[in-house]
Structure formats: structure tokens, C-alpha cells
Design a protein around this ligand. Structure first.
Ligand SMILES: NC(=O)c1ccc[n+]([C@@H]2O[C@H](COP(=O)([O-])OP(=O)(O)OC[C@H]3O[C@@H](n4cnc5c(N)ncnc54)[C@H](O)[C@@H]3O)[C@@H](O)[C@H]2O)c1
Ligand SMILES: [Zn+2]
Length: 338
């Protein structure tokens, strides 16, 4: 269990234990509830996976025994990775407790932990045994964590579902003002779009190069690391989407007004679309964020493939990103929104 969940729902461990006791014979706890820190710290802390492995070893955890991970995307990624490698993969039930994990991280087939300065350097593809999304977890989130899932909703709507994008435009104020009904509907539609892609697009385990669900992510992952994870994943994704929208407008893939509308949507939902690290330069004089492209290429396995919008609700893939055009996009983003 995510420590943040325990702190926000202090009666949950007791309620769980009571429920488990009442269902003895059907379900047994293999060990007392283990608490893991939330946030990216969990994924960068190389002792946590080892701790879970040791626990599984000591409790003679069998291949059909089940991890129940209750927490945000970071805890889901850590427990998912441990579950993915113990006995070459045992069961995990994901109980997602953040907007981002319910909409995206906890409903897919990936897990991962960080290594060095590279996010998700280690990880496996492992579909969960079951997923539970309960909106009752969401009211205790901080404003920042409440908003993070919205970035992934805007991401997937922009490249896949114009009707959903229009729905988001109509609900931006409600989402920003923490309307739970609006958030629950956003989460459900976003999760459904992610699932439909994984189930139907023909490449659930990403053998090919296209990564539509990573629209806006090449720079986002880099910005997270460059800010020492002061920027959360959702915050970085909002900036990454804005950057790639401006880039796409410079390629005439979207019109300036389509670009402006998506950026305005992010801002109306309370998400920033600029951070100063975007303009940082390395010793070679190049934008430091460009390292994100190299890491993204490496992660794909050689050839670059970046998803960009083509109009709204549709997408295209490009196999190179022009550095001069990225420079212009960064300059425009700064001029308009810094
Ligand atoms: N595997 C994937 O497919 C995938 C996809 C997208 C994102 N991710 C990863 O997900 C991570 C981000 O996940 P996140 O946005 O859920 O953030 P998070 O898991 O870091 O959680 C954010 C904070 O909220 C706390 N928290 C969790 N549930 C709470 C609740 N109900 N009430 C109060 N506090 C609560 C946590 O303790 C933490 O402090 C990133 O590492 C990202 O890379 C993975
Ligand atoms: Zn993401």
C-alpha cells in the first residue's frame, strides 16, 4: 500500500484486515500489509523491488499467489515490476488511487522503475490479473495529483478522440474545481481509450516502433529528470503536449488555432505549459531537453518514431524531429506562455 493512501485513509488498513479476516478460507494475507513511499522516489529507490522480492521469497509466495497493489502510478510501477519478475511473473491486482493511475498507469500492461537518469529503464510487460478503479480514493489527492490525470486525458483525446476533446473543453472548469463526477467520467473515458489501444491496435507489447500513447512524452520524461522530479509526470506531460502541439503547428499538421485550443485546454484545467528547464542548454549549446529524443530513440530500439497530432482527434508518426524546429517551438512556447 502507498503510504500516501494510508495517510489519507488511515482507517483503510483496519477495514481491509477486518474484511480479510471475515473472508478467511477464501483469501489469506501472506504477510502483513507492506507500506511503500509514493512519488517518483519509489521508482528511483533501488531497495524497494529487492524488499518485495525478499518478502515473496520469505513467505514462499507461489506463482498463483497475488500481489494487491493499492496506490498511485509509482507504487503500481514498482509492485508491478516485482510481480513481473518473481517466478517470471505472478498475479497482480491493481487498486489505483490517483487520477493518473486510474486513467492510464494502472490500467495498462507496463511497469517499470528508474535507473541512473533514465526513467523506466527497467520494466516488463505484464497484464494485471484485475484492476479496481474506485473514485472514492480521489477526493483526498492534492490539487497537483488531482490534475495530473487530466494531462493524460488531453493527450489521448488529442490524438484519438475529438468528441472527447470537446467534452474536456466543456468540463475544464469542473475538472479544475475538483468536481468528482466530472473526474470519474474523464477517468473512465481515458482508461477506455488506453485499453482500446492496447487491446485493438495490434501491438500490446510494443514490438513495433509506434507509441501513440507516448504523445508528448519524449520531452516530458526528460523534464522530469532535469527537474529532479520536482515536476510530476502529469505536469511534465502537459508541457510535453504543449511543446509537441506547437511543433506540429510549425509542420502544418495542426492549424495555429487547433494548437492554441489544446494549449488553452491544458491551462484551463490548471496545468502549466511552460517550465524554465525547457530553455536550458548543455555545454554544446544545444537545448538540454533534446537528450530526451536520444533516450526515447534508445528506448524504442534504434529508429525514432514520435506521434504527433494530425488535425484534432487523429495522429501521424514522424521519424525525425528537426532540432531547429524544436528550438522555434520552445521559443514560441516561452513567448506565449512563460
Ligand atoms: N506503467 C505505465 O504504463 C505508466 C503510465 C503512465 C505513468 N506511469 C508512471 O506513473 C507515475 C505517476 O503516477 P501518479 O501520477 O499516480 O503519482 P504517484 O504514484 O507518484 O502518486 C502521487 C502522490 O499521491 C499520493 N497518493 C496516492 N493515492 C492517494 C490518495 N488517494 N489520496 C492522497 N494521496 C494519494 C502518493 O503517495 C504520492 O505522494 C510516474 O512514475 C509515471 O512514470 C506509468
Ligand atoms: Zn504518461
Amino acid at each position: 500500500m502507498d503510504q500516501g493512501v494510508r495517510d489519507a485513509h488511515p482507517d483503510l488498513p483496519m477495514r481491509l484486515t477486518t474484511w480479510l479476516t471475515a473472508h478467511q478460507g477464501t483469501i489469506e494475507l501472506a504477510a502483513p500489509i507492506e507500506y511503500l513511499p509514493g512519488n517518483e522516489f519509489a521508482k528511483r529507490h533501488d531497495g524497494l523491488v529487492a524488499k518485495l522480492v525478499k518478502l515473496a521469497y520469505q513467505t514462499h509466495f507461489g506463482r498463483k499467489d497475488t500481489f494487491i497493489a493499492i496506490g498511485g502510478g509509482a507504487v503500481q510501477d514498482v509492485v508491478g515490476y516485482a510481480a513481473g519478475i518473481i517466478h517470471r511473473g505472478c498475479r497482480i491486482i491493481r487498486v489505483n488511487t490517483t487520477t493518473l493511475s486510474q486513467a492510464d498507469a494502472g490500467v495498462g500492461v507496463k511497469n517499470g522503475v528508474d535507473f541512473g537518469s533514465c526513467k523506466n529503464f527497467l520494466g516488463t510487460f505484464a497484464p494485471p490479473f484485475a484492476v479496481v478503479n474506485d473514485a472514492n480514493f480521489l477526493p483526498t489527492l492534492s490539487d497537483k495529483d488531482w490534475r495530473n490525470g487530466i494531462a493524460e486525458a488531453v493527450k489521448v483525446a488529442t490524438i484519438k478522440d475529438e468528441a472527447f476533446l470537446n467534452w474536456l473543453w466543456g468540463r475544464a472548469d469542473a475538472l479544475r474545481m475538483r468536481d468528482l463526477d466530472a473526474m470519474a467520467e474523464m477517468v473512465e473515458r481515458t482508461a477506455a481509450l488506453h485499453l482500446a489501444h492496447i487491446a485493438n491496435a495490434g501491438d500490446p507489447f510494443e514490438q513495433g516502433s509506434a507509441r501513440p500513447l507516448d504523445f508528448g512524452h519524449w520531452s516530458a520524461h526528460r523534464l522530469e529528470a532535469m527537474t529532479c522530479y520536482q515536476l510530476s509526470h502529469g505536469e511534465a506531460v502537459a508541457i510535453g503536449i504543449a511543446l509537441d502541439m506547437v511543433y506540429a503547428s510549425l509542420m502544418d499538421l495542426v492549424t495555429p488555432s487547433e494548437c492554441a485550443r489544446v494549449v488553452a485546454l491544458l491551462r484551463d484545467c490548471g496545468l502549466r505549459v511552460w517550465c524554465d528547464e525547457l530553455a536550458l542548454r548543455g555545454t554544446d549549446g544545444k537545448l538540454a531537453v533534446l537528450e530526451g529524443l536520444r533516450q526515447f530513440r534508445e528506448h524504442l530500439g534504434g529508429a525514432l518514431c514520435v506521434t504527433l497530432p494530425q488535425g484534432l482527434g487523429a495522429k501521424t508518426e514522424v521519424h525525425e524531429m528537426d532540432e531547429a524546429r524544436i528550438e522555434r517551438a520552445v521559443a514560441l512556447l516561452r513567448e506565449r506562455y512563460a
